[in-house]
Design a protein around this ligand. Sequence first.
Ligand SMILES: Cc1cc2nc3c(=O)[nH]c(=O)nc-3n(C[C@H](O)[C@H](O)[C@H](O)COP(=O)(O)O)c2cc1C
Length: 340
Amino acid sequence: MRRSLFQNILWTLPAEVAHNIRMTLLGVVGKIPTGKWWIKVCHAPRKENLEREVFGIHFRNPIGIGAGFDPNGDRLEELAATGFGFVEIGSVVPRPQPGTPRPRIKRLRSSDSLIDNSGYPSRGLEYILNNVRHRTDHTRDLIIGCNIGRLTASHREDTVKEYLRVFRNMYQYVDFFVINISCNTASKKFVPRSHEEILQLIEPLFEFRRGQLDYRPILLKISPDLSWEEINTVVDVLIETPLDGIEAVAGSIDMARKSPGAVTGALLTERAIEVVRYIATKTEHNYPIIGSGGMMEPEDIKRMMDAGASLVALNTGVRENGLRLLKRAAKRIAQREDNK
Ligand SMILES: Cc1cc2nc3c(=O)[nH]c(=O)nc-3n(C[C@H](O)[C@H](O)[C@H](O)COP(=O)(O)O)c2cc1C
């Protein structure tokens, strides 16, 4: 996809600086009168027939923003104006954590990819709660997913309690949850992979949900580095428990080889599509999957949906190719729907 002039300028800057400039500008434009209207005019997809119902939630289109793009929910009003089908905030952790010292996101220019070693920097639960607690006219209809992750410094035995704490506090303010069981490189200590470990983490969440009036879907987000046997375990958990779906995949630590961090972007495309296709086939397309990983072009998004994803969550594609990816992808998906 051809980059705009603005995107080409951002591309000359370090990846994290470029992202921060985009988010700051988005915030500035959003604050001026008619700013959100302009954002909408420039970026929102035309009224294509892209609405759908997934895990009981109505989405205006299937193209969302993935975790790590607006981790603290600071730009929800502006992202709502861009027209994304949903925004996944987080990873939300119970206390603020600075993440890894900068520079921590490396751009692999020749392969249109990043190595993310940010270590899930977060302003923590209290701050994020403040951002989602009061929906405004601009965010009232925005579907918000809450991705829950692990504090880098927390002890293994505290992890379950900490996930539950974030889940309980965020429950009434967001629309669905993504439980991140892929690890970030700074917290390799506890990556639940076995049946028991995954159940240990999610059962307390199901129990809390059972006592609530409103139902919030819960999905598991998995690493692309899992073996097929480990993916089978996740599928078994999906089938045996009240889990609502899977998000596949996060960044790949294995692909980063000797560099600390996880590969995201184009190098991940084929693996991400392969994992989504495998899970969709194994579950006979009976469970929702959010496709994530390496969707840099509208065609990648179309292929991800062909593989069985009901929704897609973008990150590196928008960082590196700009917000125009949304409008173009929506057009491609609308064509796909017409050809069905
Ligand atoms: C800078 C950066 C930060 C990220 N932070 C998170 C995070 O906090 N939690 C999470 O689950 N995934 C995080 N991700 C992973 C993305 O949500 C996504 O799953 C992954 O990057 C693959 O998609 P992509 O190739 O489109 O970026 C992050 C990715 C990047 C590039």
